[in-house]
Design a protein around this ligand. Structure first.
Ligand code: TYC
Length: 101
């Protein structure tokens, strides 16, 4: 017991880190048709027309756009499906993933 009458206690906590979420990024290019980008966003990311248009236009104007945030394996699968959809038609469309801070 200290002079103040308080007793030192030791509390043991086990902290479990939540798995980090990953962003899916869409990159602009000069060749993939806008309509095709919109169709891929709707098919792979289950976006409606106006969401897909807005993401496509942002990537087109700014160079890239965050499409969404997902658990790592989901993000990687969606990015690969989007990139493959473009490649299957000969377009350089590119999606990639990045861990969230
Ligand atoms: N820049 C392309 C064009 O003008 C359209 C486009 C938009 C391509 C977004 C990729 O991520 C992209 N046809």
């Amino acid at each position: 017991m200290s002079k103040t009458g308080t007793k030192a206690r030791t509390k043991t906590e086990t902290k479990v880190d939540r798995p980090r979420l990953h962003k899916v990024l869409l990159f602009n290019d000069d060749f993939t048709p806008r309509d095709f980008v919109v169709e891929v966003l709707k098919a792979v990311f289950r976006m409606n027309e106006s969401q897909a248009l807005s993401v496509m236009i942002t990537a087109h104007k700014k160079g890239l756009c965050v499409v969404g945030v997902f658990a790592r394996d989901i993000a990687e699968t969606k990015a690969a499906r989007g990139t493959e959809a473009g490649a299957s038609r000969g377009y350089p469309l590119r999606f990639d993933t990045e861990p969230e801070e």
